[in-house]
Design a protein around this ligand. Structure first.
Ligand code: TXA
Ligand code: MG
Length: 323
């Protein structure tokens, strides 16, 4: 898609009319609606099958728009200057101009400026905040291509803007700045704890998992999330050889760690890149591909328990069960 494509004006007009538009961001594709239109926002929840207790992220072109509906402070200003546009979502106290449905009744709002030319074009053409969760059915794997969005949502979405495959590949870091003095990472992502701490000092990481039917402070905290339909399990690197042998005997899919830059497919064994950034970029497409093969199960070798793998391990934990 080129800059100022006529599709961008069509998309902005659809949003103004209360319709839903899926659009690319650098993390995953979003399912967008006018954040000031309660009926349009309710439609997002319907289409995704999302519980109304799970709040949405509001997307803005820049901090100037965010300041109109989020209670801004010095830390938010410094973080936005350093990481926006980019994969960092800030949770801040909210003003009334945003539909209450967006925040699922909370007194806060989550906001981020995506770093993708198509998302930026759309947000500038629409000239206002756009509420957008990931464009998948609730609890399923987030889409990282326009085709994934079509497969997830079909005709329930009025327009899908195709901006190619997402470069980050997993959802943004969610940072809660609304409570107490110490910011808390509610969902790890490409912007790391260390990077955030270099700007605002010490932050904590929410480590817990919440059972499926309990309202979570942040729904990404639910233990089952981002999950394929095929039963999916995780194992430790020490068991690598055992699972390779199992995969040669049984119709199971295997996702293992390797070296090199892109996944190499040899039947249902996928060797993932050894860098966390490239691993993240390919993860959801690989999970989808294996999920469509009618396998008995998918087994995933866990990457090392190191800070740089935190966001990837978080998604793998939610996509799978221990063996
Ligand atoms: O990368 C992303 O963040 C993508 C793209 C489309 O921007 N969006 C995304 O949205 O992942 P969603 O709805 O799938 O996840 C939103 C996350 C959830 O974990 C939710 O709990 C949290 O943001 N969240 C939203 N509003 C919140 C609030 N007021 N307080 C705490 N957490 C909030
Ligand atoms: Mg999601």
């Amino acid at each position: 898609m080129t800059r100022n494509s006529p599709l961008i004006s069509t998309a902005a007009a659809l949003l103004r009319a209360g319709r839903l538009v899926a659009f690319p961001t650098e993390t995953v594709y979003g399912l967008g609606a006018d954040a000031a239109n309660p009926a349009a926002v309710r439609r997002i929840f319907e289409v995704k099958g999302r519980p109304p207790t799970n709040p949405l992220i509001v997307h803005v072109a820049d901090d100037r728009v965010a300041r109109q509906f989020a209670v801004w402070d010095t830390r938010a200003g410094e973080l936005a200057r350093k990481f926006w546009p980019g994969p960092l979502t800030l949770v801040l106290p909210r003003h009334r101009s945003i539909a209450a449905e967006v925040s699922a009744g909370l007194h806060t709002v989550a906001v981020r400026a995506p770093d993708h030319p198509v998302a930026q074009e759309l947000l500038r053409a629409f000239d206002g905040p756009v509420a957008a969760p990931s464009a998948n059915r609730s609890t399923r794997v987030s889409p990282t291509t326009a085709l994934h969005v079509r497969a997830e949502l079909g005709d329930a979405v009025d327009l899908i803007l195709d901006g190619g495959p997402c470069t980050v590949g997993i959802e943004s870091t969610v940072l809660d700045l609304s409570e107490g003095t110490q910011p808390t990472i509610l969902r790890p992502g490409a912007v790391t704890q260390a990077e955030i701490e270099s700007v605002v000092g010490q932050v904590s990481v929410f480590a817990g998992m919440v059972e499926p039917n309990v309202a979570a402070h942040s729904p990404g905290q639910h233990a089952v999330h981002y999950a394929p339909r095929t039963p999916t399990f995780r194992f430790n690197p020490s068991e690598h050889e055992a699972y390779r042998a199992k995969a040669s005997d049984e119709p199971i899919g295997l996702i293992v760690l390797g070296s090199g830059e892109s996944p190499r497919h040899t039947g249902p064994v996928v060797t993932m890149p050894s860098l966390p950034e490239t691993y993240a970029r390919h993860l959801y497409a690989v999970l989808r591909e294996l999920d469509e093969m009618g396998l008995r199960a998918i087994y995933i070798e866990l990457p090392p328990d190191e800070p740089r793998w935190l966001a990837v391990r978080d998604r793998l934990d939610r996509a799978s069960q221990p063996v």
